[in-house]
Design a protein around this ligand. Sequence first.
Ligand code: MN
Length: 198
Amino acid sequence: MPISLPELPFAPDALAPVISARTLEFHHGKHHRAYVDNANKLIAGTDLDAAAPEDIIQKTAGDTAKTGIFNNVAQAWNHSFYWQGIKPGGGGPPVGSVADRIKAAWGDYAAFVDALKTAGTNQFGSGWVWLVADGDALKIVKTANADTPVAQGLKPLLTIDVWEHAYYLDWQNRRADYLVAFIDKLINWDFVNRRLGA
Ligand code: MN
């Protein structure tokens, strides 16, 4: 059983009003759990049974015979990663290494926020928006459905889930407002700096 459901690294009511306990009850307790359970069922008894999630993602990406495995393992990984990039009282301009790298890539924090928000609102339908390291450069990328930069060999630093299940109970159709609130109040920049140093 290489795929596990991590505990949330914050109390269920700690992210309100940006993300309510009710959203987390469904998002972590139902959606994320289902991806983990389905992933484990699909890899049981196969040669992927003991592989790390990142390896399974890279081995099954683009293999139309293994779409189910890819989708569920990638969604399990994406969600575990999403929770780590969130902390109560987070968000706003970062300090440390990531602040310098953002300045180098976008000029200033405001331009970076604009780019992140635009990527999140322009992702048509379900997906994810990511801050990634591509070699020395930081980039913002978006992926559809379960797709993940892990499949492309990029190093994810942060992600925002833009599937409707991530925000609809709290924001309904206002994805842009969810993105702004997430960026202003929830981003765990300490985690991003640790990823950069790792
Ligand atoms: Mn989700």
